[in-house]
Ligand binder design. Structure first.
Ligand code: SF4
Length: 333
């Protein structure tokens, strides 16, 4: 177990206040934060998971999903254990619900992760599979190193990072795939043990800091799929920036939501139409291999710009303009 003194905390009498995510846990002597990976030991806060990886793979960037960020490239992807959310529908619950010591991990130092990224011919590094924010110290050290070594850096996140933590890592973070799990605070409280507002604030801050973002909304039947809620989400995206790619993803029964059926294709297509009508320019359906809405089309003339099949790029544009009508496309190549 790799233990390090944590970043971003303050002492309050005999307790410590963690400022890494929006929970801002106040942790008594000997106690842990909500993520169960940070412990107060004699007035100092320690992370217990520095460099402890539970999952490691070279993944297509499309799997994150990021469709407008170096399409066709590979990201060396690492995840650790636990989470600062407790989502009842978590698709990665085997690692996110695990506590320190529950499942095997391997130590991969930041230097080793860079070396393995290059060895696997990856163009970047992604911290994914579970919430990277709770791994903050490790991702921060790795991101600094990765940028020096010419690799891109990606967070796949629930967006609950605090403003201070984002300020620290932003200069070394190129892109983020952010989950907006629903567009209601009651869903966040009931299903995830969190709040909606900090997630929206993170998206706004990331845009201000010029971090490329794409949004993922997993549609769960009867939980977050009403036309009204989807419309409010889409309107918020348009107000933020209509060119942000939005991925509506298909839910499959998992963890504590085994009694909920998978999302129907009709429902996903309804979400697609709602978002397009609201003015979102790039809308995708996820977890539906072979669907035509895996592809990127020009928002102006409808030209096919990137063709995908099950997270693989089949063909793509070579410049940031539509070859048919010249429209500027929000994409990093
Ligand atoms: S990272 Fe978040 S959940 Fe974990 S201790 Fe810090 S504030 Fe609490």
């Amino acid at each position: 177990m790799a233990i390090r003194e944590a970043m971003l905390y303050a002492c309050e009498d005999e307790k410590v206040r963690c400022d890494v995510c929006a929970h801002h846990c106040l942790i008594p002597e000997g106690g842990f934060g909500l993520c169960r990976t940070r412990q107060n030991v004699e007035g100092k806060l320690y992370t217990l998971i520095y460099a402890e990886a539970s999952s490691v793979n070279a993944d297509p960037i499309e799997k994150k999903p990021l469709y407008h960020f170096y399409p066709g490239s590979y990201a060396f992807s690492l995840g650790t254990i636990s989470c600062n959310f407790h989502c009842k529908h978590c698709q990665n619950w085997a690692i996110s619900a695990a506590q320190v010591g529950d499942i095997p991990t391997v130590e991969i130092t930041p230097e080793e992760s860079i070396r393995r990224a290059k060895q696997n011919r990856c163009d970047g590094i992604a911290w994914t599979y579970n919430e990277p924010t709770i791994w903050f110290e490790y991702t921060y050290d790795s991101a600094r190193l990765a940028k020096r070594e010419g690799l891109y850096t990606v967070y796949v996140t629930n967006g609950y990072i605090s403003e201070s933590a984002l300020n620290e890592i932003a200069p070394f973070l190129d892109a983020a795939s952010v989950d907006v799990k629903a567009f209601s605070d009651s869903f966040y409280k009931r299903v995830c043990g969190a709040r909606l507002e900090p997630v929206l604030a993170t998206c706004e801050r990331m845009l201000e800091k010029r971090i490329h973002i794409e949004l993922v909304y997993l549609i769960i039947p009867e939980y977050n799929d009403s036309t009204e809620e989807l419309k409010r989400f889409a309107d918020w995206v348009v107000e933020l920036n209509a060119t942000i790619p939005v991925h509506f993803s298909r839910f499959y029964p998992a963890y504590k939501m085994l009694d909920v059926p998978p999302t129907s294709i009709e429902c996903l297509e309804r979400a697609y139409e709602i978002a397009k009508e609201a003015g979102v320019e790039y809308v995708y359906l996820g977890n539906v291999p072979g669907h035509t809405y895996e592809n990127t089309y020009c928002p102006e003339c409808g030209e096919l710009l990137i063709q995908r099949m099950n997270y693989r790029v089949k063909s793509r544009i070579r410049s940031r303009e539509c070859p048919a009508c010249g429209r500027a496309i929000n994409i990093i190549l």
